[in-house]
Ligand binder design. Structure first.
Ligand code: GRG
Length: 301
């Protein structure tokens, strides 16, 4: 099966699980309609579902079925979608377009978008804590702990804070490559790494296997961000599904602005190779994850 077919197959399964979770029938009657529809707008019908894919494929290395990994994958996608909804708000990135659709605040209003994000973030942890996510309470607790670390103040939320400090307050004045690298590892890398690690947790990997997958996830997250910066610098909005050229317009320091296009492209290739190398202990079984690294590095949207 080709990589694209597998990605589409998993995206379909994730969509159905998210649809089930967010369906009116599974939402207690006390959930206000506006909350339910704005959360659905944020989550359903779009997105590459790269993070869920990573959970499922990494879990598959250890013989965990798609069905058993789906709830964890859906929980992670809910956190990702919450971050997009909040990031698009006027107070943050002020975006009108996301996944080719109006952003949640544009389609509804700001307070609804804030609450839809809050709802998704908390729902994500509820999903992880549900007994059907895994029978073992220890595994569920570890998933909750690691997803909280990845999305919280020392992870994605902290990275977003560093990004906005630079953008809105000009702090630090001249960000170093090291600063950008740390910011991106927190803002984008942490959630991607968690996706890969979640598969290892579900699969009860050995500490060595888990460490290898964390390394893969680190490199993959970095590659993802460089590709994102390159798309912003040279992609077109219609293909990417959101506004491009925003970093340069805002005078934002990114890897591309600090290194230049050519050096950033070379760094991307080097990082992709490092991600693939981290999978060595898994042999051929990890071929799909190798392809994922190629996909992330060469993506057009
Ligand atoms: C609001 C706490 C908080 C965090 C926001 C994710 C994020 C942090 C900001 C998004 C800004 C951005 C464009 C980051 C670059 C990488 C990224 C996360 C891109 C979007 O993810 P994709 O490409 O999107 O996986 P889809 O739509 O395919 O799910």
């Amino acid at each position: 099966m080709s990589f694209e077919v597998r990605l589409a197959e998993i995206a379909g399964a994730v969509e159905r699980r998210l649809e089930d979770i967010l369906a009116d029938r599974s939402v207690p009657a006390s959930v206000p309609q506006r909350m339910a529809v704005s959360m659905r707008h944020a989550v359903l019908g779009g997105g590459k579902r790269v993070r869920p894919f990573l959970v499922i494929e990494s879990a598959a290395l250890f013989g965990v079925s798609l069905e058993q990994a789906l709830n964890t994958a859906a929980a992670l996608e809910c956190v990702h979608c919450y971050s997009l909804v909040h990031d698009d708000l006027p107070a943050m990135d002020n975006d009108l377009l996301r996944r080719g659709q109006p952003t949640v605040w544009k389609a509804y209003d700001e307070w609804t978008a804030i609450l839809a994000g809050d709802g998704l973030l908390t729902l994500a942890f509820e999903i992880l804590a549900r007994p059907e996510t895994h029978l073992s309470t220890e595994i569920r607790t570890t998933l909750v702990l690691e997803m909280a670390r990845a999305s919280g103040p020392a992870g994605m939320a902290g990275g977003q804070c560093m990004d906005l400090e630079a953008d809105k307050l000009g702090v630090p004045k001249a960000p170093s490559l090291e600063h950008i690298r740390r910011l991106q590892a927190m803002k984008t890398g942490a959630l991607i790494r968690f996706g890969v690690e979640a598969g290892a947790i579900l699969g009860q990997a050995t500490p060595e296997q888990r460490a290898s997958l964390r390394r893969y996830g680190d490199h993959l997250g970095f590659a993802f961000q460089i590709a994102d910066d390159l798309l912003d610098a040279s992609g077109d909005a219609a293909t990417v599904g959101k506004a491009t050229g925003k970093d340069a317009e805002a005078g934002k320091a990114t890897l591309v602005s600090l290194m230049g296009l050519e050096a950033a492209r070379a760094k991307l290739a080097e990082t992709e190779a490092a991600a693939i190398a981290a999978l060595l202990p898994f042999g051929k079984a990890a071929d799909t994850l190798r392809e994922a690294a190629r996909f992330v590095a060469s993506r057009k949207k």
